[in-house]
Design a protein around this ligand. Structure first.
Ligand SMILES: [Fe+2]
Length: 297
């Protein structure tokens, strides 16, 4: 089976193309097809044309999908611009989600689906009033119910766009908990699509590492602690493990960069005796500040 309902089986005498717009007459080495487009266009196809045509259709579908995603991203940016604290949240979630999907061994096509779903996961928040979305204090039960509608609202928006069927379940279920206490469907364990379990972790990792009106940004170490604490309840344990590995490697990278920078500064100061005294001895606090800043980006 090819793309978009087009089959390219070349069994003699049987239809080679089953797309409704295509009628096959013969199949003796070369076969004739009548491709009727919206303008009533007729063409004669030879067998080598078929895989080429399928490839071209796949390429055009991909371009169209990406064009659709680009347009929807403009809407996402509008949603995020309402709250400076969530600006670039979706892009950051997509970075974490891609890393986790790759580490989980997903196919290239599934990784692409996870990334697109991550970019669009909160689009349904466009339906949440500012008074609730931007409320600095704790939400009432009624307000929280409105927030909880955003995955369903998001799917309603994206369904109309088309070309995003694969991403819909991921957007719909990105707030499900591994133990079944999430929303909107209360799915549990492997009943939650793997891509949605990845989004759940990526979304929370970015939320924990970012400041909000009601909380400070957690450190990488604190975020690792939360992943351990909620593994098996909120997070799929396997995905949580991948998240912990990702954050630990970021922490190590930050420490290496900070160490190298401190060493470079020392070398520079030794080579340039007129340098300011503050550069001469990189302090532990310089290291900590650099490490924290590198780890939080
Ligand atoms: Fe969300």
């Amino acid at each position: 089976m090819g793309l978009g309902g087009i089959s390219n089986s070349d069994t003699a005498g049987k239809p080679v193309l089953t797309h409704p717009a295509v009628r096959v007459r013969t199949a003796t080495g070369k076969f004739q097809s009548s491709l009727v487009g919206s303008a009533g266009l007729k063409r004669t196809l030879s067998s080598p044309d078929v895989p080429r045509m399928a490839q071209e259709i796949a390429r055009l579908r991909r371009r169209l999908r990406h064009a659709h995603v680009d347009s929807i991203m403009a809407v996402v940016a509008t949603v995020e611009a309402r709250d400076p604290y969530t600006e670039r949240h979706s892009a950051q979630v997509a970075i974490y989600a891609e890393h986790l999907a790759r580490a989980a061994g997903l196919s290239v096509s599934d990784i692409e689906g996870v990334v697109i779903a991550a970019l669009l996961h909160d689009i349904g928040k466009i339906a949440v009033p500012d008074a609730i979305l931007l409320k600095p204090g704790p939400l009432t039960a009624t307000e929280f119910e409105r927030i909880k509608e955003h995955p369903v609202r998001g799917v309603e928006i994206l369904r109309r766009v088309g070309f995003l069927e694969r991403e819909l379940p991921l957007v719909l279920h990105h707030h499900e908990w591994f133990d079944g206490r999430g929303y909107p469907a209360g799915l549990k364990g492997a009943g939650i699509p793997l891509g949605a379990r990845i989004l759940q972790a990526a979304d929370c990792i970015d939320a924990m590492l970012s400041p909000r009106t009601y909380k400070r940004a957690m450190s990488v170490t604190e975020t690792i602690g939360e992943l351990i604490r909620w593994s098996g309840t909120q997070f799929d344990p396997q995905v949580a493990r991948l998240g912990i590995a990702m954050l630990r490697s970021r922490l190590e990278e930050a420490m290496v960069i900070a160490t190298v920078t401190a060493a470079t500064m020392t070398c520079l100061v030794n080579a340039l005796p007129w340098a300011t005294p503050s550069l001469a001895t990189p302090s532990l606090s310089t290291f900590d500040a650099f490490s924290a800043s590198a780890a939080s980006h």
